[in-house]
Ligand binder design. Structure first.
Ligand code: ATP
Ligand code: MG
Length: 284
């Protein structure tokens, strides 16, 4: 049984559960208790606060974990990043009140910076030879300058709307983060290693299918060559005959963004009855 530490609630929770669900892992209980086994795969989920996930993996309480890269780097536990998962993307940035002129990182000399990520900030300040006072707070960092608690903040930014509503401007981006799968490989026995490999294989299949679409269309035989040359990167699409000999059906897999680029050309070339389907998994 492989134990996976995941966030019990918060910004990582939904997409973590979605990924595991798409990888075919079903849980026994709908109601969340601390430790929930899967009923069809040899894993169990340990639900924790995200702050505790790196430590749980480093100490072996959990075998692997899913957590933000920002937490992994801040906590400095001995864990390895096994895989980047591509969700919960955000960045850690320095932001200052809009009223100030910013000309460079020297602005922070002698300033007080509020953050929940003191270690990552300390590294950055050291690297840039800045002497600043780090003030650690665990939440609502963005209100600190407004209430006179700090001159600036170092915090998670995604859209930037929280900064704007607090009259702050992002001036330095220090880290790009996303959810990552972490582990402590030395601690895994052969049986667990095998389960992990199967899990990684499944996650890979889910990730490969993301953003890809299965596209079917009817094409007049006379236009087949033209349509095939429009399809991006496909050497040999599947071509099936239709009851009407003058038509055939073309099936292919393309990236969704490419689909929008070529839809007009396909229609102009005579393709009809286009169907665009989601792909659940792809195994190369
Ligand atoms: P916990 O109660 O588990 O300690 P938390 O309040 O510390 O949760 P959340 O706000 O749920 O943390 O965020 C968890 C992680 O999600 C962050 O560490 C970060 O990696 C990522 N994250 C945070 N904010 C955003 C955002 N706005 N967009 C995308 N990802 C984000
Ligand atoms: Mg937390």
């Amino acid at each position: 049984m492989l134990r996976i530490a995941v966030q019990s609630k918060g910004r990582l929770y939904d997409e973590t559960m979605e990924l595991l669900g798409e990888a075919g892992i079903k849980l026994t209980a709908v109601k969340r208790t601390l430790l929930v086994p899967s009923r069809n795969f040899p894993v169990e989920l340990l639900f924790l606060r995200d702050d505790d996930i790196p430590d749980s993996v480093a100490t072996g309480t959990a075998d692997i974990g899913i957590v933000g890269l920002n937490e992994v780097l801040e906590k400095r536990q001995k864990v390895e990043i096994i895989k980047e998962l591509g969700f919960s993307k955000c960045r850690l940035s320095l932001a200052i009140p809009q009223k100030h002129q910013y000309q460079g990182v020297e602005w922070f000399n002698g300033k007080k910076i509020a953050t929940s990520y003191p270690r990552i900030l300390e590294d950055f300040l050291k690297k840039n030879n800045i002497q600043a006072d780090i003030h650690v707070i665990s939440g609502s960092v963005e209100i600190a300058p407004g209430i006179g608690l700090a001159d600036a903040i170092f915090d998670i930014v995604s859209s930037g709307s929280t900064l704007v509503s607090n009259n702050l401007t992002e001036v330095e981006t220090i880290l790009s983060s996303e959810a990552v799968l972490i582990g402590n490989m030395r601690k895994l026995d052969d049986a667990k290693q095998q389960i992990l490999e199967e899990l990684l294989f499944r996650i890979e299949a889910v990730k490969t299918a993301e953003n890809k679409k299965y596209v079917l269309m009817n094409v007049p035989r006379a236009k087949l060559n033209e349509v095939v040359t429009i399809l991006p990167g496909i050497k040999s699409p599947t071509i099936l005959p239709l009851a009407d000999e003058n038509w055939c059906s073309v099936h292919t897999v393309i990236e969704e963004k490419h689909f929008w680029e070529i839809i007009g050309k396909l229609k102009a070339a005579g393709a009809e009855g286009l169907l665009v389907l989601n792909i659940e998994k792809m195994i190369p």
